[in-house]
Design a protein around this ligand. Structure first.
Ligand code: HSE
Length: 439
């Protein structure tokens, strides 16, 4: 049986998870693929760094260059993370003609085109299944399973930390700050938590999904991103009364161009949105991830699973290793290529140009004429109100006033809210979340 040799850079939690999964199922993979996968070297930070599973001592080195420069190694697995040394490592491995498997979403997000160009120059592939949603095979599904579809919409719960926090806020009626502090104590959220809760991790993943789905590279700077710091218990409660659940979504939507010959346009955003509580996506809870994909041929599909963790990530890495090994076995570098920019003039529409529906909560003085003043500003901006709720039982200087708003451009909504915020009867910055009905 043909043998394909593996080298790995990173021997901590995920790296030891990959090694453990290979020990467990390497034989099964050989039977399925007709290729013997053999680990030759694993570069680690330190031989005795803490790791959940042991790694064979004789495979370990503390010099990553030994992995990259070993002529016997065919596939290099990069699990270092970040955009610094990891970039040097990946480029060095590609330059040596090695296929690279990476879990590094931040690296791809920041340098995707450069890395894919380097892979093409060396005639090898760069695989990245583990970079988005851990164990969910969403990259392979978009690339191969949906190759015969245009992806008209994609909504992803792609950050487990945020989903855990929002789930607990919903089910326990708890405040954001309290749940975050508890999540950090339990090890579900990092300290500092910014990368996750400010939406950056979701932004990296959403950009990768958007690029793959639409065939042109979406730069992370083009992705309007909001995190979950402003989601409050009170909005969770009002959303629930209206039949909605608040989730942090990565959103990729095809936008109809007015003229048929205009370049393809997409919305790519990350923000907390109200989604119908009856929808299956609203019932993805705790640390789980899910991606809802709509194809113009297949219709609606849903992928669900663990988005992080040593074992889920190992599953994704091994799937890439299998693809890379089959490329080598069959002497073909490309079946459906990992990424190919096939759309020349694709455009990410700025959020201001995108139309959304909205939930808005105002804190207002409880006296006659307040609603009329707010409604007049919306009317002047040609923004339609679909429903109004002023819950009873709130006393004090200000009371909540909740408005659901019909489809309106984000720019018009932003300007109208700025005007409303200046009304003397409005006592706090208006709270606004978009509504995604997933239709
Ligand atoms: N921190 C991420 C999450 C996992 O919470 O989903 C790694 O991307």
């Amino acid at each position: 049986m043909q043998q394909v040799n593996l080298g790995m850079i990173g021997g901590g939690t995920v790296g030891s998870g990959v090694f453990h999964a290979w020990q467990k199922n390497g034989g099964l993979m050989a039977a399925r693929l007709g290729v013997q996968l053999v680990f030759r070297k694993i570069a680690v930070k330190a031989f005795d760094e803490p790791r959940p599973y042991p790694i064979a001592r004789d495979l370990m080195t503390t010099d990553w260059q030994e992995v990259v420069n070993d002529p016997e190694i065919h596939i290099v697995i990069e699990l270092v993370g970040g955009t610094g040394i990891a970039k040097t490592m990946v480029l060095a491995a590609l330059a040596q003609g090695k296929t690279v498997v990476t879990a590094n979403k931040a690296l791809l997000s920041a340098h995707g085109p450069e890395l894919f160009a380097a892979a093409a120059k060396s005639g090898v592939n760069l695989y990245y299944e583990a970079s988005v949603c851990g164990g969910i095979p969403i990259i392979k599904s978009l690339r191969e399973g949906f190759v015969g579809n245009r992806i008209t919409a994609l909504y992803g719960i792609v950050n487990g930390t945020c989903n855990y926090i929002l789930s607990r806020m919903k089910f326990e009626g708890a405040d954001f700050a309290a749940v975050l502090a508890d999540a950090q104590k339990l090890g579900y959220a990092e300290t500092p938590p910014d990368l996750d809760i400010d939406g950056h991790d979701a932004q990296h993943k959403t950009g990768i999904l958007a690029s793959l789905a639409h065939g042109f590279w979406v730069d992370h700077h083009q992705i309007h991103t909001e995190g979950i710091r402003d989601v409050s218990k009170i909005d969770m409660e009002f959303a629930a009364k209206l039949g909605y659940t608040i989730k942090l979504l990565g959103i990729v939507k095809q936008i109809q161009s007015a003229a048929a010959n205009r370049a393809p346009q997409i919305q790519v955003s990350v923000y907390p949105a109200l989604i119908p509580s009856a929808h299956v996506l609203a019932n993805v809870n705790q640390v789980f991830n899910a991606v809802f994909v709509r194809g113009d041929v297949v219709g609606d599909t849903l992928f669900y699973g663990r988005g992080a963790g040593k074992d889920a990530t190992a599953s994704a890495v091994l799937s890439d290793v299998a693809d890379a090994a089959l490329d080598l076995k069959n002497g073909t570098k490309v079946r459906v290529p990992p990424f190919v920019a096939h759309v020349k003039k694709g455009r990410v529409a700025p959020l201001d140009e995108v139309t959304s529906q909205y939930y808005v909560r105002f804190s207002v003085v409880d006296k006659p004429g307040v609603l009329a003043k707010i409604a007049a500003i919306f009317a002047a901006a040609k923004i339609g109100i679909s429903s109004v709720i002023q819950p009873e039982g709130h006393e004090g200087e200000s009371v909540p006033l909740i408005l659901m708003i019909h489809d309106a451009p984000n720019a018009a909504m932003r300007k109208a809210l700025a005007k409303i915020a200046k009304l003397p009867v409005v006592k706090a910055k208006p709270v606004m979340f978009r509504v995604e009905n997933l239709q």
